[in-house]
Design a protein around this ligand. Structure first.
Ligand SMILES: [Zn+2]
Length: 275
């Protein structure tokens, strides 16, 4: 998981979509207030192709795997749009005088809000049992908080969520990776612990292997660049590619950035040894 520095587009197509989303949201809020069954359409996924460009590059916003061309990109609602569950997957209820009266409807008013939409893989998006590890992973409607759930539109600004929306918060403040591909919690961050658990970041074997492979591949690439002659025409090409990777163009940027940092430290330490 890395920070995704998304700049809101200003082209006509996007602005028209935002307008449609605002209108649809207004209708949802009215319907809910009037006790009419709300119906959320897939209007929220209409701008999905934007997820293939910068800063998403067709990767899952949570685990950084490449979302296969042949498998659908799931548009995850960071704050779930239809019902909310605690981390143990039990339903969040609305209470009156300390008594459960009905299930929380979810953040229906954020169903079409781009700031609440992230591209994800099936494994991160859907609550399921990981067959190899037998852990329950994937987000589903889970959205753990430290405090009270918002019930009315706008109240969510007071929530202290335990997940990370990587478009608005840098995951690097809460997690880091080692050279074996294992994700660690930084400074005992509860958010760090929660994202590792919810997305199964350290129990999905293939994911661990791929992050390790990404680390090793970039390490080899850096070594190769160092061994190239100054006038070798491949050198600039390789450096350009490395910069693109560092920016996030390939899966597991978290691993790539770690190798780059480690390599710089190695060089600085080596220089320090030269008298
Ligand atoms: Zn994922």
């Amino acid at each position: 998981m890395i920070f995704l520095d998304f700049t809101e587009p200003d082209d006509l197509e996007w602005m028209q979509w935002i307008q449609n989303c605002n209108d649809a949201t207004e209708q949802l809020i009215k319907d809910y207030q009037n006790g009419i069954q709300i119906s959320i359409t897939n209007l929220y996924s209409e701008q999905k192709e934007r997820f293939y460009g910068k800063p998403f590059y067709g990767k899952c916003a949570y685990c950084e795997s490449s979302i296969e061309v042949n498998s659908p990109t799931y548009v995850d609602h960071y704050r779930p749009k239809g019902g909310i569950r605690y981390i143990d997957n039990t339903r969040v209820m609305i209470q009156e005088n300390g008594v459960d009266i009905k299930p929380h409807p979810g953040y229906y008013w954020l169903a079409y809000d781009w700031r609440n939409l992230l591209p994800t893989c099936w494994k991160c998006n859907t609550w399921h049992e990981d067959q190899r590890s037998e852990h329950q992973i994937g987000k589903g409607n889970r959205f753990p908080l430290e405090n009270q759930y918002a019930i009315n539109p706008g109240e969510e600004v007071n929530e202290e969520e335990l997940l990370i929306n990587p478009m608005f918060e840098d995951p690097a403040d809460h997690i880091y990776i080692d050279e074996l591909g294992i994700i660690h919690v930084r400074n005992r961050s509860t958010k760090g612990e929660t994202v590792i658990e919810v997305f199964g970041l350290n129990v999905r074997e293939a994911l661990l292997e791929e992050r390790k492979t990404a680390y090793d591949n970039i390490k080899r690439k850096i070594k190769a660049i160092f061994s190239m002659d100054e006038i070798d025409p491949r050198k600039n090409r390789e450096i350009d590619e490395l910069n693109l990777i560092k920016e996030g163009s390939k899966p597991y940027t978290i691993s790539a950035r770690k190798v780059i940092r480690d390599s710089i430290t190695e060089i600085v330490n080596t220089i320090g040894l030269i008298r």
